[in-house]
Write a protein that binds this ligand. Structure first.
Ligand SMILES: [Zn+2]
Ligand SMILES: [Zn+2]
Length: 498
């Protein structure tokens, strides 16, 4: 729920000239398709929104936005008649990816790219993009030809990718599509730049930070050194470098994901490395899983894409006041505290970490102080809307406490199981129907015993972790009957199995 304003004041003779830092900007949280929201937040990519030309227009992906190569190369259609069109991976042909050095595959893909352009191209748009991006797996082709091409270009699988899209980009240019760029990924196996081959001017390399640590900035050698080298290597050979960045926890989305400290620094790193386009993938499934600081984070990302050198601290304070009310200053304090605690025991935090591993443990006293800040913020709320925003965001802190066994969720608290049940009910009451990007089970149908005696991170994991969950439940039931001895056992078990 965002506060609404009936009027807006613009000083007379306002004349603002703004040169964007990035030619394309995108992040996908709660209102990505709303034109006004997008305009206000400087989101210009057209893949999730329509911005009419009189309002500035958008940079559109014609056809798909990502993982398009299977469809464009028609791998399913040819899998039986032309298995040589498919990637040879671990000795077997697979539709996971096409073979990128097969000339017939190139011809099929080029034909389909041109078909998209014939149907959808707008010659008056400033820039349009056709995505020729690898499927979401690790099965790159290892056939003799692909291997030989890679070996001749520094042994990098990205060589065959760049070579493939370069040839499509050449045809697109020859046909006169001068405002069109062909987009491809530097992702998983293709993350590192090749040697001795350069992307054409009309090729976009979209480098993905999926394997990075988001507790430390991307130029941190210890954890992000490989990514940073790949970024700077691509920046040297590519004039149209885009980024696919990540800003939420995709397996435990309801918990706190304290990446607030790196958002601005990373945006500066991107800008200073010649990045032209930004897409920050967020919790795009907020309509089924909204507990956290998504609204704040979306605002921070948008502000930084509009100006990586903005006064972000001031922006955060302003947002908290507007969104959470007079108690916003306490929420900012909480955010700052979470930021100082980001990362596991070793300080690292990836986008698939367990809840308790996203923040270094707070002592019981520290946790109580944070509880007190929530309480102060809620007491200061002037409207139901502000209070609802606070209560919903606090769910993420409650989730973290339940996972880490703090305060009312302590293993020494007799209310522990009941509080977990209450948390679960409050989550559902606030509209949450998923706990992750891909929930294994319908979270509304989880067994009550699981809710009471497993940890929140285990609630939705489904059959593959059932055994872990059963053991946890047995220990917690014993802990409930014989505190504190089993409480201690349960605590350490949880810390190693979440
Ligand atoms: Zn091949
Ligand atoms: Zn790190």
């Amino acid at each position: 729920m965002l506060p609404k304003s009936e009027t807006i004041t613009v000083p007379a003779r306002t004349d603002i000239v703004y040169e964007p830092f990035f030619e394309s900007t995108d992040t996908d949280w709660k209102s990505p398709s709303d034109t006004e929201y997008s305009m206000a937040n400087g989101l210009t990519n057209g893949s999730r929104r329509t911005i009419p030309p009189q309002m500035g227009g958008s940079v559109d992906y014609l056809g798909g936005f990502c993982h398009t190569i299977g469809g464009l190369c028609e791998t399913e259609k040819y899998k039986d008649t032309h298995p040589e069109y498919l990637a040879l991976h671990d000795g077997e042909r697979t539709t996971d990816q096409p073979c990128l050095t097969n000339p017939d595959v190139l011809a099929i893909c080029t034909k389909n790219v041109l078909k998209i352009l014939e149907e959808k191209h707008d010659p008056n748009a400033p820039l349009q993009i056709v995505s020729v991006t690898q499927n979401d797996n690790f099965s790159n082709c290892q056939c003799e030809n692909c291997k030989a091409f890679e070996d001749a270009h520094g042994g990098k699988p990205s060589a065959t990718v760049v070579n493939f899209v370069n040839q499509i980009a050449d045809v697109v240019k020859e046909k006169g599509y001068n405002n069109v760029a062909i987009d491809t990924f530097a992702y998983y196996y293709s993350q590192s730049a090749p040697e001795g081959i350069v992307p054409r001017d009309n090729v976009i390399i979209r480098l993905c930070s999926i394997l990075c640590c988001f507790s430390h900035p991307l130029d941190t050698k210890k954890c992000n050194g490989k990514f940073y080298k790949d970024l700077t290597d691509w920046a040297k050979i590519c004039d149209r470098l885009y980024i696919w960045d990540y800003a939420t926890n995709y397996v435990h989305t309801c918990t706190v994901f304290p990446n607030f400290g790196v958002i601005q620094k990373n945006m500066q790193i991107f800008y200073e490395n010649n990045v032209k386009g930004m897409y920050v993938e967020g919790n795009y499934y907020m309509n089924r899983c909204d507990t956290e600081f998504g609204e704040l984070r979306a605002y921070m990302i948008s502000k930084c894409m509009q100006d990586p050198y903005c006064d972000l601290d001031k922006e955060v304070a302003g947002f908290c006041d507007a969104y959470y009310g007079p108690g916003g200053k306490y929420v900012k304090k909480i955010v700052d505290t979470f930021t100082r605690h980001s990362g596991s025991f070793d300080g690292e935090m990836a986008i698939y970490y367990g809840s308790w591993a996203c923040m270094r443990p707070f002592t019981a006293i520290e946790a109580r102080i944070i509880d007190g800040l929530w309480k102060k913020a809620e007491n200061a709320a002037e409207t139901d809307e502000q209070l609802a925003n606070l209560k919903r965001t606090e769910l993420s802190w409650r989730w973290w406490k339940a996972s880490a066994g703090k305060c009312e969720f302590s293993f020494f608290s007799r209310k522990r199981a009941a509080e977990k049940e209450k948390l679960y009910e409050d989550l559902l009451a606030s509209g949450v129907i998923d706990f992750a990007e891909f929930s294994a089970e319908d979270v509304r149908a989880i067994d009550k015993e699981v809710i009471r005696y497993a940890t929140p991170d285990q609630w939705h994991v489904g059959s593959e972790n059932k055994e872990d969950c059963q053991t946890q439940m047995k220990i917690e039931k014993l802990a409930e009957r014989f505190p504190p001895l089993f409480g201690i056992v349960a605590f350490f078990y949880t810390m190693t199995h979440s």
